[in-house]
Design a protein around this ligand. Structure first.
Ligand SMILES: [Zn+2]
Length: 350
């Protein structure tokens, strides 16, 4: 296949300017699926700011009304004095200002929707897609952000975002990168590896019948094979996040990471394992096809109203085609296996 050159500049910069919006998420009631959020916006001289909660998350193009998980909302000024606010629609809190000041918001989020891959907290981990936790202001959307997690002792935090000053801090050049870079934090298994000078991580939450050494070996082969399609890679570091679950299943692509959810008993049999590695290939291809270059109409994101596109068939169809291509070229799937897959796709049973 003729190689496709990725002309887009690197989406992720290695250094991030000092943050102007600070997010903090504290988890000390994990068993109750609760997280306490604070958001600190830079000083503004406007008469009000609108703090918005996304209505959907990237990679899942459905309205999810994520603002419904918020309670105990408060807004304070630089002196800690309470500011008046009003909810003007289902996703927008308008905070009124009398003088130029920093604004800090605080609220609690209920996060118990593992399968939506937007937000989930329990006493062993949290999956944090920023769309499910963090409000934004349109005025500050392009400014650098910092995320600090306060989590139980022994938890480990992993994200495609650049690391900050401590193991539970991450930084991003803007809100759009933040919402496309989920964080997995908790009690997990972590493997790091390097291929062609790029860093990779595999983080697994949950017990299961997986062989993580085999997963690492095969993911190495997979990511290296990207060269057969693309000359350039749109990242310096990539994270595979895996949830071994009792129910939730599916996967989502992000800027330089993916989250794959799979039943904890569906890793060992050859057929099951192929299903896992095929999903990993699919989401990995999305790093180029949909993330590095996107269907017209998808960007800039409108986090409140839907972005429409007629190109989903191309975005998903060509990704599925390239998925098999990558699996075959990497040797992770045989020709016979590929034909069997296509036969099951093409066979219509009445
Ligand atoms: Zn897809």
């Amino acid at each position: 296949m003729k190689k496709i050159l990725v002309a887009a500049a690197l989406l992720l910069v290695t250094t991030v300017a000092k943050a102007t919006t600070y997010y903090q998420l504290s988890i000390d009631q994990g068993a109750h699926h609760l997280g306490d959020v604070s958001v600190s916006f830079d000083k503004t001289g406007q008469s009000y700011i609108d703090a918005k909660f996304p209505a959907w998350r990237t990679g899942r193009y459905d309205i999810l009304n994520l603002a419904n998980g918020v309670r105990y909302f408060k807004a304070t000024d630089a002196q800690g004095e309470a500011l008046k606010w009003q909810k003007i629609d289902k996703s927008t809190w308008r905070i009124f200002l009398h003088e130029p000041t920093n604004v800090t918001l605080s609220y609690q989020v209920y996060a118990n929707e593992l399968g939506l891959r937007a937000r989930h907290i329990d006493d062993t981990h949290a999956f944090i897609d920023a769309s499910g936790f963090f409000m934004y202001s349109e005025a500050a959307r392009n400014e650098p952000v910092s995320v600090q997690l306060e989590v139980p002792k022994g938890w480990r935090s992993v994200s495609g975002m650049n690391k900050g000053k401590n193991p539970h801090q991450f930084v991003a050049p803007n809100y759009d990168v933040l919402v496309d870079s989920p964080i997995e934090t908790g009690i997990n298994e972590l493997h790091s590896f390097t291929v062609d000078n790029r860093d990779y991580e595999l983080v697994i939450w949950g017990e299961g019948n997986y062989d993580s050494e085999k997963m690492v070996a095969d993911l190495k082969t997979l990511v290296q094979t990207g060269h057969v399609v693309w000359d350039e890679y749109p990242y310096e570091r990539y994270v595979f996040m895996v949830h071994a679950t009792s129910g939730a299943r599916g996967a989502t692509e992000h800027l330089n990471s993916t989250i794959i959810q799979r039943h904890r008993d569906k890793f060992a049999k050859r057929e099951d394992y192929l299903g896992f590695i095929a999903t990993a290939a699919h989401e990995f291809i999305h790093t180029w096809n949909v993330k590095a270059y996107r269907p017209e109409g998808m960007v800039p994101y409108d986090y409140i109203a839907p972005n429409y596109t007629r190109l989903l068939w191309l975005a998903e169809g060509s990704t599925s085609y390239l998925e098999d291509h990558l699996l075959l070229r990497s040797g992770l799937m045989t020709n016979k296996g590929s034909l069997k897959t296509w036969l099951s796709v093409l066979t219509v049973t009445y």
